[in-house]
Design a protein around this ligand. Structure first.
Ligand SMILES: CC(=O)[C@@H](O)[C@H](O)COP(=O)(O)O
Length: 265
């Protein structure tokens, strides 16, 4: 069974997995993994993937095009609002999309987003007609300000990019979900294994963006399939309604004086 469709900036999607295109051992392995993931949105880095090797660069773009996915260009590697804004404009021209995954980093050790520059760049890009997908920390006040600025989607980190540490702060992510009920939320970065993705989906997140865990797996296509199934399972569980944790036991086998069927309220 497939979880329900969802909408991102007016685009209806069935897959809840956004996948990156970096770090794969070869373009063919990347394509096989993306196909296995079932992702309909793939992120591409203007700065990294257009640089260097002329021929393999063209081969890369041909293969990306053939996948027929929605492209989500990103501003990976930008460390100031001005640099990110310039990169976003170049990406819009090159890829003919107003979608932009906005990364403005503030620290080179953990690649942590700079919240001040991120908000500044977000406001400028929305004023310029972009549909911004900000890669942000899990800070509630920052996320509220990004929402107020006009973002329809927020992408808080699970953990620093490429660490595979999973959800470092489930409390903060749960708080975001509860305080921003109408917002489309994806966990972006730090997902290491399918159960991390399930945890986020069970919290009520709308989707997951990941790259390293698939690209660096021994068998990327197999791992992509595992993430596809786990993200769907996590979403189905959320839609089905997860039972609350209880402090005391509650018998699941009915006794003589109890009704067999119970009304859920
Ligand atoms: C592909 C991309 O945009 C990455 O910057 C993203 O943040 C994914 O992070 P992981 O590689 O940790 O999954």
């Amino acid at each position: 069974m497939q979880a329900s469709d969802w909408t991102v900036y007016g685009q209806t999607l069935s897959s809840r997995l956004f996948i990156g295109t970096a770090l794969y051992p070869s373009p063919q392995v990347m394509c096989d993994a993306i196909k296995a993931s079932g992702a309909q949105v793939i992120t591409v880095s203007l700065r990294r993937q257009s640089a260097g090797q002329a021929n393999s660069g063209q081969q890369f773009w041909n293969m990306i095009e053939a996948l027929g996915c929605h492209l989500l260009p990103n501003t990976a590697g930008c460390y100031s609002a001005a640099e990110a804004i310039k990169t976003a404009h170049m990406a819009r021209e090159l890829f003919e999309t107003d979608w932009i995954k906005l990364e403005v980093l503030g620290d080179s050790f953990n690649l942590q987003p700079d919240p001040f520059a991120l908000l500044e760049a977000t406001k400028a890009l929305i004023a310029d007609g972009f549909k911004v997908f900000p890669y942000c920390t899990d800070d509630l006040v920052l996320c509220q300000k990004l929402a107020d600025a006009g973002c329809e989607v927020l992408m808080p980190w699970g953990a620093p990019i490429g660490t595979g540490q999973g959800l470092l702060n489930p409390y903060a992510l749960r708080t975001l979900r509860e305080r921003l009920p109408g917002m489309t939320l994806l966990v972006d970065a730090g997902i290491g294994k399918p159960s991390d993705a399930v945890q986020a989906m069970e919290l009520g997140y709308d989707g997951i963006l990941l790259n390293t865990a698939v690209a660096e797996a021994l068998e990327p296509a197999l791992m992509a399939e595992a993430f596809k199934q786990s993200i769907n399972a996590g979403r189905l569980a959320f839609e089905a309604g997860i039972m609350p944790k209880r402090d005391s036991a509650k018998p699941s086998t009915p006794t003589l004086d109890q009704p067999i069927w119970q009304q859920h309220g």
